[in-house]
Design a protein around this ligand. Structure first.
Ligand code: ADP
Ligand code: MG
Length: 907
């Protein structure tokens, strides 16, 4: 499953299709809505429940469900009712439902989990799915009456993280939960998800026994190298080669089938031909194998049939609660001495260290392991993701978050599965462990012919950048840069600021380093007089001590040491770049030793990162690597500085307040939904008063707007609202009104309004079915607020200067929803024309707070209505006293909406 299927499944999970979920013990279950065909299974399930469970659910003995109850339970498809079942291997293990009594805003919720599957978080997961679906039907609260003794149920209500009120009447507790999406609920869900993901990955990355299915006796084959690497890495547990035609592989006894293996197998590495994978997975499942790495190729990468087969393999794996890496991958490894597993067929094995590495490309992955070894960059674990049918980059992030052996996370990604989950995870994990990503390939996310300005201005590449910026991910362009950055991050402290000192023995490279610094956003500031004096004393002949500090061609190793000590003690220096070109007089190794001495002697109070560039020499690198904190050394200064700049960017992100996604009042999702019924034209466009009504339901200030069908009514409406007014053409297909003479501003009399109407009607023709009449807004700054839905990334929200000159100005900022208060403010203040809003040359500032609030609401609208695929509010007129939308267009899609982000799902 490339994530298209993951996202598709998730999209419909709460309404029609099924979804795989992880329980807290790491096992899997499937969730789907009940259908009438399920009646016998529901009866069977109810029959299996213990009297105690039935009592808690129905407050009575209730041994049998009535035909009415059965019919009601399994009749899904109306917005007031949903019943979900959780099943495992076709057997029902839990049922949950909500029902909204006619005309009420809240729905009653109830669920029952069978006696064997309690305590695994199923109730909570089902609750989340119900809440997600209910929310989309405008339901705001769930209510439940629960027996006081039903501790589990009460625990679920507490655990989901929604605001709740409880009241008690004798032994019945009534709970009311506000199911509006809240940060707290999302955090609680993410936390539970992380626990389950890590559990599910234990057998994969910390197995106590490993089988190789498709083991081979022939050196050079994948089936042989896997066994040899597993044995050679000293796995702390047995290795079981499986091959019906061999008695031994690499001197280890071989088993004819997975069924024949005598002990429990935590991890099975599958290297059989693609056609045999399905049966192998099934056999592993029956045998109770814990997890799978499928090396075999010939799946999604090979075409539609392969995609089908891959999908089936995952289904079967999940049916048996096995997570799966691959297919089409080259294995996993974990260097922790307590595990010591190399389940790859790569020839080069890296040393143990503190970097976690995940690669989507197999071929590149092999090169990566070789490179890591060559650079002495130690890895904690490595996962070749292959086709990412199940285990994804998101799972790896979750694993490394809790892995004490991992400090820095590296990912080579070609595509995102659940990009929105990635954003949330990366943001959380990035706060303690840097995440560096090479994102290759241009996203092909289906772009539509763009009709809104917003859609025209947004691009998938911008979305990736926005995603990474939001999440604090360090984005690099090449694998080389990935390693350079990783070496710096894993070995050196983070810089406290962006000020660097350049220490060199030659002018040219010093200037190169200084230029590269400014080019990468670092600051090469003049050093203080005291520091300069101290440096001058060390090297009276120095070419310059301002910064770069040029010690001159005759600089000794000792002068490097002393100068570096001075720089490392300077409060105005956040990082040092040491550049060395070997002249005839000084040996590189001596200088390297001097640098190490100074670095090791530096005060640990305020550690500063050091990176080095050793030009025109191969020696010295090993010595620098021997420092207490190994000093990354590169050939060119630009390389060293780029790595340092990435570290500085990360440090800046980490120290910044991300803000919070505020709870917004005056949002009426149900009202907005009603306003969207029957108002779109054939292309899905909603314009005029209808578009403004939708915005108003989200608490967004809009200009009063009246729609009329002829000149007389237009005159009357104008007279009622007061002059001056504006009239604007409406009609199917009319989207850009000014372009066709469909906007007349500043009309001051009834007669002028009527004339303008008639002239407009004559000009545009019969597709004009009427106009909207609006009072003229106060003059102000015209801005644009909009969004476009990206299937992978969710809503991209845009802010810029607006009016009729949007394309000309091209001054805009784009961020991904959900927006925090800080995001929204940065957007407003981040455009080039920001001074027009915040005040310049004595002009009064506009209501920036109002714009921020409007952006937050627009972001929420985009999140709550994924079927609204694009939207422009243009202009939003901002004045010192407020903001108001005078024109908006929305487009409703008939395609299935992209996924909601509030239910959990594997991947
Ligand atoms: P369109 O974008 O379809 O051309 P708009 O409704 O945005 O139509 O109108 C075009 C321009 O007219 C706006 O950019 C704005 O400058 C001006 N305008 C529209 N409505 C008003 C209003 N109520 N008050 C003041 N100016 C308006
Ligand atoms: Mg407009």
């Amino acid at each position: 499953m490339e994530r298209t299927s993951g996202t598709d499944e998730q999209a419909v999970a709460t309404d029609t299709a099924h979804s795989d979920v992880l329980l807290s013990d790491g096992t899997t279950a499937q969730i789907r809505p009940l259908t009438p065909a399920d009646i016998p299974a529901v009866e069977e399930f109810h029959g299996r429940l213990s009297p105690g469970s039935i009592q808690l659910r129905y407050f009575s003995a209730h041994p049998r469900l009535s035909s009415h109850e059965l019919e009601r339970l399994t009749r899904n498809g109306d917005p007031d009712h949903l019943a979900l079942v959780a099943e495992r291997q076709g057997k029902f293990i839990a049922i949950a439902q909500y029902d909204r009594p006619v005309g009420r805003a809240e729905a009653e919720v109830a669920f029952v989990v069978d006696d064997d599957h309690q305590g695994l978080g199923l109730g909570t997961i089902l609750f989340e799915y119900l809440a997600s679906a209910a929310r989309r039907h405008g339901i705001k609260r769930f209510v439940a009456d629960t027996l006081l003794v039903n501790k589990r149920m009460l625990d679920v209500f507490a655990a989901v993280g929604f605001a709740r009120r409880t009241s008690r009447d004798r032994d019945v507790v009534s709970v009311v939960l506000d199911i509006a999406p809240s940060q707290q609920a999302l955090d609680a869900a993410d936390h539970r998800d992380a626990v389950a993901v890590v559990r599910s990955m234990e057998p994969l990355l910390r197995p106590r026994s490993v089988a190789v299915i498709g083991a081979s006796r022939h050196p050079g084959t994948i089936g042989y190298e896997l066994v040899r690497n597993l044995v050679g890495s000293g796995l702390q547990g047995p290795v079981y080669p499986v091959n019906p035609n061999a008695t031994h592989v690499a001197a280890i006894p071989c088993w004819p089938s997975i069924d024949a293996v005598p002990e429990r197998v935590d991890l099975a590495v599958v290297a059989v031909p693609a056609a045999m994978v399905a049966d192998t997975v099934e056999a592993c499942g029956r045998r109770g194998v814990g997890a799978l790495v499928v090396v075999s190729a010939g799946f999604a990468e090979a075409g539609p049939e392969g995609r089908e087969a891959q999908h089936a393999a995952v289904r079967s794996a999940h049916d048996h609660s096995m997570r799966m890496v691959g297919p089409n991958c080259f294995g996993v490894l974990n260097t922790d001495p307590a595990v010591s597993m190399n389940a790859t067929f790569a020839a080069d094995v890296p040393i143990a260290g503190r970097v976690g590495f995940g690669s989507q490309s197999g071929g590149l992955g092999i090169a990566i392991l070789a490179e890591a070894k060559g650079r002495d960059l130690g890895l904690s674990s490595f996962v070749s993701l292959g086709n990412k049918a199940d285990i994804s980059g998101n799972d790896l992030l979750t694993w490394w978050e809790q892995d004490d052996d991992t400090d820095v996370i590296l990912l080579y990604l070609e595509s995102f599965g659940n990009a929105r989950k990635f954003a949330r995870l990366a943001r959380r994990i990035g706060a303690t462990k840097p995440i560096v990503v090479v994102k290759s390939g241009r996203s092909r996310a289906g772009r539509r012919a763009a009709s809104s300005h917003t859609a025209a201005l947004a691009s998938p590449e911008q979305a990736v950048d926005a995603l990474f910026r939001k999440a604090g991910v360090v984005r690099v362009d090449t694998v080389e840069e990935l390693f350079d950055t990783a070496e710096t991050l894993v070995h050196q402290p983070l810089p406290a600021g962006r000020r660097v000192a350049v220490l060199t023995n030659s002018g040219g490279p010093g200037v190169l380093a200084a230029d590269a610094s400014s080019g990468n956003g670092l600051v090469v500031a003049e050093l203080s007089a005291a520091t300069q004096a101290a440096l001058r004393e060390i090297t009276p002949t120095a070419g310059g001590v301002g910064n770069p500090v040029d010690l001159g061609a005759s600089a000794s190793a000792e002068s490097y040491r002393l100068s570096l000590e001075v720089l490392l003690a300077d409060d105005e220096v956040d990082a040092v770049v040491v550049v060395f070109t070997p002249p005839l007089v000084t040996a590189t190794d001596d200088v390297a030793r001097a640098i190490v001495a100074a670095a090791d002697a530096a005060s640990p109070e305020r550690p500063r990162p050091i990176v080095a560039s050793l030009l025109g020499t191969r020696s010295g690198h090993d010595i620098l690597a021997g420092a207490r904190r190994p000093i990354p050394s590169f050939t060119y200064p630009e390389t060293a500085i780029r790595a340092l700049a990435h570290a500085a960017d990360y440090a800046t992100w980490r120290s910044k307040d991300p803000g919070t996604v505020p709870d917004l009042d005056r949002i009426d999702v149900g009202e907005a939904r009603r306003r969207l019924v029957g108002v779109a034209d054939d292309d899905g466009w909603v314009t005029g008063d209808a578009a403004l009504d939708v915005l108003a339901a989200f608490g967004i200030p809009v200009q009063p707007t009246v729609r009329v069908g002829n000149a007389e009514e237009a005159g009357e409406a104008a007279a009622r609202m007061g002059f001056p007014v504006v009239i604007k053409a409406v009609g199917p297909g009319i989207v850009h009104k000014s372009d066709i003479g469909g906007v007349r501003l500043d009309l001051t009399t009834v007669a002028a309004v009527q004339d303008a109407y008639r002239a407009m009607r004559d000009g545009i023709g019969p597709e004009m079915t009427g106009v909207v009449v609006q009072p003229m807004a106060e003059p102000g700054v015209e801005t644009l607020v909009g969004f476009v839905q990206d299937r992978a990334f969710g809503p991209q929200v845009l802010f810029g200067l607006g009016g009729v000159a949007v394309e000309v100005l091209e001054d805009h900022v784009m961020r991904l929803a959900p927006l925090t208060d800080v995001d929204a403010r940065e957007m407003v203040e981040g455009i080039k024309g920001a001074p027009m809003l915040t005040g310049y040359r004595g002009s009064e500032p506009v209501d920036v707070g109002g714009l921020v609030d409007l952006l937050l609401r627009v972001g929420r609208l985009a999140e709550d209505f994924p079927e609204l695929v694009e939207m422009d509010a243009n202009p939003v007129i901002a004045t010192s006293s407020g903001v108001v939308v005078v024109d908006a267009r929305l487009r409703l899609s008939s395609e299935p909406p992209p996924p909601p982000d509030d239910t959990r799902h594997l991947g």
